[in-house]
Design a protein around this ligand. Sequence first.
Ligand code: IMP
Length: 211
Amino acid sequence: MTGMRRLSGTIVIATHNAGKLKEMRELLAPYGLTAVSAGELGLPEPEETGVTFAENAAIKALAAAKAANLPAFADDSGVCVAALGGDPGIYSARWGGPTKDFDFAMRTIEDLLQKKGATAPEDRRAWFVSALCVAWPDEETVTVEGRVDGTLVWPPRGPAGFGYDPMFQPDGHERTFGEMSPEEKHGLPPQGLGLSHRARAFIALAETVLA
Ligand code: IMP
């Protein structure tokens, strides 16, 4: 990682996840970058064989950069539950099953917590992680990570966001991510709080590759 390169022009957002695509577009918009998604370009989805968020982000960014011959931006993210030894972690998407049913995935987490008797808030600690990687077609990469800590609530609350948002109440806030507007969840300073894991990773990345 040199940190010397700057992004400009068109970049590929290497995701096939509509929720993440929307958030990434919102984050990149102020930098005047034109973003096309891997889905729109018809790029194949590489197998995520890494064992860390950072490795999987790099696999996706490198595959898209080489296939599209453009700089590419990828995120790998998920929720880690302390009482479950960090699960679902890098398998957060997979816990939604083939139909990507996150009501089901949240229920799975809740059932496991109940089995452990984890009803008190301090036994229900969790954190979201976002690893972001920018890769260039010549295989240079820059990778950063962001994290937000909080507590898992039950029942889930709020219609906003995606994935595990309705179950996650970030520290210092009374509402879950599912009850927050997009600006509250991932708005960047000076207007926003830079609250979400993705916003925090993005701030780190902006300092490195976005002029
Ligand atoms: P991946 O990064 O595509 O492997 O998927 C990560 C999975 O983690 C998503 O499908 C969501 O279920 C979950 N996830 C990641 N970020 C968030 C978030 O900001 N809110 C809720 N769920 C998230």
